[in-house]
Design a protein around this ligand. Structure first.
Ligand code: DX5
Ligand code: ZN
Length: 222
């Protein structure tokens, strides 16, 4: 599967050298940069927001894939778009009007994504399929990097692939992705893989390149 996108999560990078770390994964051959925005409310952790995203926007031309783990995403959407996000993903359970939220993201010129926590059914996607550019399937409970992959999501990925019925919508999987778990989700239909700890281990551009290649190699024959 040559065209699976690899999206390193900068949550696992050295924040004291964030710009350098983004340059390093860019040069190491990643496809997207995954930005884990946490508000300390929807998830029990806090990370960064628009000023940081804007500050590092010019370090790379790669796609900025923003994963908003926040309780009230709607009023923030224009600020994230302005900061330079290319994809904006919201969690289904925090959107009272998911159809409207997805339409707003596209109106801002971004690609629209919906994320499903491990306990969430894919049923909520049924009537917004034509509003979607991406479905982000959480394979851990959001909030922290370095957790173990939850195998129950594999079946959910297959069901989402069937629901999408050939539409050009990425299925991205997030949490516990390694060269061992990547083949399971890609075989089920994943087209993009978020990886934090598995990419940033080693701490150098050379290590990141080898780590990304290991994940690519694990899915290339699928
Ligand atoms: C979890 C985040 C993930 C996380 C992945 O809340 O959404 O993107 O950084 O980290 P790893 O790959 O270490 O599980
Ligand atoms: Zn994420």
């Amino acid at each position: 599967m040559a065209d699976v996108k690899i999206a390193p999560s900068i949550l696992a990078s050295d924040f004291s050298r964030l710009a350098e770390e983004i340059c390093a994964v860019d040069a190491a051959g990643c496809d997207w940069i995954h930005l884990d925005v946490m508000d300390g409310h929807f998830v029990p952790n806090l990370t960064f927001g628009p000023p940081i995203i804007e500050a590092v926007r010019n370090t790379t031309s790669k796609t900025f894939d923003a994963h908003l783990m926040v309780s009230n995403p709607d009023r923030l959407l224009p600020i994230y778009a302005k900061a330079g996000c290319d994809i904006i993903t919201v969690h289904a359970e925090v959107c009272d009007h998911l159809d409207r939220t997805l339409a707003s993201i596209r109106e801002l010129g971004c690609r629209a994504g919906v994320s499903l926590n491990p306990h969430m059914s894919e049923d909520c996607l049924k009537y917004v399929l034509d509003r979607l550019d991406l479905v982000l399937v959480m394979s851990v409970n959001p909030g922290f990097g370095g957790q173990s992959f939850l195998p129950s999501v594999v079946e959910k990925i297959s069901r989402i692939k069937a629901m999408l019925d050939g539409r050009e919508v990425d299925i991205e999987v997030d949490g516990g992705i390694t060269a061992e778990t990547a083949p399971l989700v890609v075989a089920a239909g994943a087209t993009a893989l978020v990886a934090g700890s598995a990419v940033f281990k080693g701490g150098t551009q050379e290590a990141y390149q080898a780590n990304i290649q290991l994940i690519r190699d694990s899915v290339k024959s699928l």
